[in-house]
Design a protein around this ligand. Sequence first.
Ligand code: K1U
Ligand code: ZN
Length: 168
Amino acid sequence: MALLPILHYPDPRLRKIAKPVTRFDERLRALVDNMAQTMYDANGVGLAATQVDVHERVIVIDTSDTRDQLQVFVNPRILGASPVRRLSEEGCLSVPGVYDEVERPESVTVEAEDERGRTFRLEAEQLLAVCIQHEMDHLTGKVFVEYLSQLKQTRIRSRMRKLDRDIA
Ligand code: K1U
Ligand code: ZN
């Protein structure tokens, strides 16, 4: 297993649209293992392939306290969303140190394949629902800060550029 470098906002590669996975093979399973290791190492609860510069529809999530309940979503699709929307705090490994509130549907029904190509369906609420929606946005090139005001986005972009200059 390997740790993968995580792209930082506003890297233009975060805007790429991910393609559906067509082969459920060892290469996909190695990607999933590496993404899981990268997410756990960074203390995240989710990671989308886009964030590690792989433009395929793959997400890993673990919202458990014990950090041993990995969920893998390949080619995820939202089948239904609650009309009730809720504000909750989000963060992003691609925007380190930035947390803000975003409004999204309170619960979603999602269908996906696992890393072996088996289709499953689940109804998600609370942090899992937020995380699935946040990670699915990454797959379409959207980062959560784009829900914030233009003023906040400008400030975050300059803060991130400074951070990347400091660590270079
Ligand atoms: O970079 C990512 O997409 C992962 C991101 C997932 C996420 C967390 C919370 C709300 C929406 C999406 C993170 O793991 S951010 C770090 C984190 O562990 C966290 C941040 C805020 C609330 C709960 C957890
Ligand atoms: Zn994110």
